[in-house]
Design a protein around this ligand. Structure first.
Ligand code: 5GP
Ligand code: MG
Length: 179
């Protein structure tokens, strides 16, 4: 693992190694396989951050998972209510399907609550969340995520899909901001 990584104006130190991530990904895949075998699950990976986690997770899954990539977008609607959230990229009907959302990180949980609300209206048979990282100190989401790779402290991280101003996503490990 490299030592310090410099991105734009900030420096980041090694935090979770590639080996540690891959070991944990295998454990999560085993848990998911046990739960979803025979259920024809569909996994929804949230772009952009979750692309690497989703790819590694998928290489381990044996529950015959389907995969779709989605993105949350917020636009100014025609109503006076202000901004409207929508989930783009979804091409499969989710009614009565077992759905697992794959996210890179849950911080406050606001994003996941938005996605959860949008997906519940599709009436899936079940809806679970699998996130590589969770910041428990700042998380205020409506429900506790079912599958978490690592609980981390409330400090900015990059790598393994996560960016700082669009850079750093390619790093195979997770790095944490240093002062
Ligand atoms: P939330 O809505 O849970 O507060 O934030 C979720 C989104 O904020 C994540 O999907 C991610 O894009 C971004 N985010 C939160 N914490 C971090 C972090 O430590 N590093 C990076 N790169 N993004 C973060
Ligand atoms: Mg994200």
């Amino acid at each position: 693992m490299r030592t310090l990584v410099h991105i734009h104006d900030l420096s980041f130190a090694p935090f979770i190694s590639e080996t540690t991530i891959q070991t944990r990904v295998k454990e999560l895949a085993a848990q998911l396989d046990a739960e979803y075998a025979g259920k024809n699950p569909i996994f929804l990976a949230v772009l952009n951050g979750a692309f690497m986690f989703a790819a590694d997770l998928f290489k381990q899954l044996t529950c015959q998972p389907e995969l779709s990539f989605v993105k949350v977008s917020s636009y100014v609607g025609t109503q006076s209510s202000g901004r409207v959230d929508e989930l783009i990229g979804l091409q499969t009907a989710l009614k009565d399907r077992h759905v697992v959302i794959i996210e890179d990180i849950l911080d406050t949980g606001v994003t996941m609550d938005k996605i959860g609300t949008l997906l519940q209206s599709e009436q899936p048979a079940s809806l679970a969340v699998c996130a590589l990282l969770l910041k428990p100190a700042s998380y205020k989401g409506k429900q506790q995520p079912q599958y978490i790779g690592f609980e981390i402290d409330d400090r900015f991280v990059v790598g393994y899909g996560l960016d700082y101003k669009e850079l750093g996503r390619e790093l195979p490990a997770v790095y944490q901001l240093i002062n």
